[in-house]
Design a protein around this ligand. Sequence first.
Ligand code: MLT
Length: 247
Amino acid sequence: MLKVTFTPAEFEALARTDLSQTTCVVFDILRATSTMVTALANGAERIRPVATIQEALEQKAGHPEALLCGERLGRRITAEQTKGTDFDLGNSPREYTAEIVTGKSLITTTTNGTRALRACLGAQEVLVSSFLNLQATIDQLRNNHPKQLVLVCGGTHEEAAFEDALAAGAIADAVWDLFTERTTEDSAQISRSLWQAYRDSLNDSIQHALNARRLLAVPELAADVDCCLQMNTIDQVVRLDPQGWIR
Ligand code: MLT
């Protein structure tokens, strides 16, 4: 079975599904999974994605050495939102330099991306993907040939996100021959068709997506869009382990 989930409304159903025989690939291109992949490539030891600010603070109490990371409304979380604790980093991949993250544990909460990851926690394998490490993800899937593959899009607000659907389509296209028509859901065909239509004009088409427009409108975040649209700059398979750490 090959399918794609497009919206956050599907996270809850996913969390209730028996995923023990399923591989999930999670995308939040702008920007959560792109940032996580960048952080690990730049030497972060591990990343704990959590759904809420409260959970992030609780995790920090158990891991005082960890950096607190993430965003709400695209911005770093501040003391006003936590009753006293300023987070160390926001959700821009450009903040996660080797200088700042090498050897560090990170605890992160973002609007949709970390919720998507938490929903997949019971899966046989959870891969964390982005355009940055797309080919590494594809190679891993082709080697492992999962019988059940769910491509999970983070979305924008509570809606589908164009850039996530495109990335899911790129994966669907690359593993299409591993599945039969009977085991391929329409959601996979939809995203694959989108990828085939826009693969040659990726940057131009994504500039018009809501998430990109939101980031481009904020001068200090605008460069994140191009940064997250780089293709295959990181040759690393990234996984969420059963203990809830991304490595
Ligand atoms: C999210 O997790 O919803 C996003 O990555 C939002 C963002 O970084 O702006």
